[in-house]
Design a binder for this molecule. Structure first.
Ligand code: HEC
Length: 184
């Protein structure tokens, strides 16, 4: 009996997969966009966890081996999937990621409602309708080496980012968000 049930489940799953692949269009775009967001979030978290925090002096190149690597990878994904990837933060490190008033409002919403895991909306860019997927990014223990207490930050950070505001975070704090935008 078990075997029959397993077979039945396998057939249903196979059917669902082929349906999902065949439906194409908007859903395929949405899947790609959510996949891109997860890819950069997981990459940052994995790199941070593998980051050797034990060194006394974290060199310039080491400081850039986590989030700077994610920024570089984001450029690659933008070309690969024809999407725009934007990071926005109120307490930013790279000034280009400074949240606009609209982004600040969405960040406040994510911060207040921790059950809200993402938001979809539509924006018009150069007269063309675009889909936008926004997802919050939170601080984990591994992030603290470079985003924790100001007096413990690697000196290379203030040298590279004189305007840095992205410190004094604690585990669980909202760090910022990623937004994936794609033409509809
Ligand atoms: C090795 C040091 C280091 C670690 C560890 C680290 N970051 Fe960063 N973070 C940086 C640097 C440097 C930048 C600026 C990147 C750039 O210029 O592209 C940055 C930028 C960011 C940004 C882009 C927004 C902004 O403020 O410019 C986010 C979001 C972010 N970090 C989140 C995290 C999270 C979440 C973790 C843990 C999972 C983490 N970081 C771990 C060094 C680090």
């Amino acid at each position: 009996m078990h075997l029959v049930r397993l077979l039945l489940i396998a057939v249903v799953l196979a059917g669902m997969t082929s349906y999902a692949l065949a439906d194409g269009g908007l859903d395929a775009k949405k899947r790609k966009m959510t996949g891109d967001a997860m890819e950069v979030i997981i990459m940052r978290s994995t790199l941070a966890k593998n980051f050797v925090g034990a060194q006394k002096e974290i060199s310039e190149s080491m400081v850039q081996s986590v989030c700077t690597a994610v920024s570089t990878e984001s450029e690659t994904i933008m070309k690969r999937d024809k999407v725009k990837i934007r990071y926005a933060a109120i307490k930013y490190r790279d000034p280009k990621n400074t949240a606009t008033a609209e982004e600040e409002a969405l960040l406040a919403k994510f911060d207040k409602d921790r059950k809200l895991k993402y938001q979809w909306d539509e924006v018009t860019i150069e007269g063309k309708a675009h889909l936008r997927y926004s997802r919050p990014i939170f601080i984990e223990k591994a992030c603290l080496a470079c985003h924790g207490a100001k007096d413990k930050l690697p000196p290379a950070i203030s040298k590279l980012y004189p305007e840095d505001k992205a410190y004094d975070f604690e585990v669980g704090d909202l760090r910022g968000m990623v937004q994936i935008t794609m033409e509809k």
